[in-house]
Design a protein around this ligand. Sequence first.
Ligand code: GCO
Length: 445
Amino acid sequence: PKSRQFPKDFVWGVATAAFQTEGSQTADGRGPSVWDLFEKVPGHVKDGSDATVATDSYRRFQEDVDLIAGASLDAYRFSISWSRVLPAGEGAVNAAGLDHYSRLVDALLAKGVTPYATLFHWDLPQGLQDKGGWKNRDTAQRLADYAHAVVERLGDRLKNYIVLNEAAVHAVFGHVLGEHAPGLKDDKLLGPVIHHMNLGQGLAMQALRAGGKDLKVGTTMALQPCRPAGGPWAIWNRLASDGLDALWNGAWLDPLFKGTYPKAMDDFLVGVVRDGDLANIRQPVDFLGVNYYAPAYVRLDLNAPGKIAQAAPPKGAELDAFGRHIDPSGLFEVLNRVRRDYGAPPMLVTENGCSDPFGPGPGILDDQFRITYLRRHLQAVLAAREAGCDVRGYFEWTLIDNFEWDLGYTSKFGLVAMDRATGVRTPKASYRWFKALAESGVLAS
Ligand code: GCO
């Protein structure tokens, strides 16, 4: 990029999710979510851990807010636990559950931090899963009812809404690969799950707008450039890669912005889409949230679900601790794709970050690798802005090392470390670096 300067009104924030941080799984009438059951099955979480305490943020939220304000951040993206608001996913609203988020919102506003709430970050109430979960068309309407309950109680102070988080991850890892809750392995679920999440998103956006004033309503997607592995199978790999692109990116972007599905989705959607659905899904958004970590490399594998399998990044690519390609150009690419193909909506990077390559030790706190990762990805954001992308903010993932789903506590993405025995939080070097950036708006080289 030519400039290192972000605009004055650029939004600097951090992002978290309820299940990964809150703990207190039965407090104040919370009902179980699909992740409560999934995490307790031996073998599902790498280190055998669970999120019953996590970062204890349900109880320690004021400390979290102080850390966010202490880093001079403008905004905090957190998620609301659906089963705190509606313990069975539907029916009577649990006022005590909403009280928690009301206190959190007030604590943020008191420190001048703008709250951004995600409504669904993968923790579907188990009560709804028992009725089929996202396979069941009714779940779409339940999401809208939940959105209504939230905006009715919090909408006077909570103005920024992200309806879904990375629905593609929940659809594929939760319903086809079985690596995330609800732990299903059935590729026939893909069409209904995708469509009902899209429909729920559209209905929830309408419910939010009907229920609140001056809201900013958006949603967050995990966008990944899909790249075919090379070699003798390259042309077949390209078919698989185009297929993954339709499933991973197009199946969410196209209906929201164009009211259509990619052609490649047709076979999955037979008998699923009803008249009027696509009009309900195609909603105006105030922003699109983009989460980006790495590109996807893809190969054809006749034995894999959907015949799509993960491939290794090209030789020589710089890799992170999990073997993923560290490639800021992928972020530039997805931002530009949204600009070019989807009407140049305002965008927020709602997640970007990296996990520690180390075990316990001093490297944890002096996390220069994270600073390097963030700096390079923010350069890509600046470059995308110069190319005409309307990117208005950046939320680092994440505030504090937390429960990383199937990886448990083995994968640490925080700007702040936490002693799991005491809950004591210790800022890392990246926390101070990010604070300086939020204050100056200048990305030092
Ligand atoms: C995501 C998730 C986060 C993960 C993060 C790091 O939306 O993918 O929001 O919950 O922790 O991506 O893997």
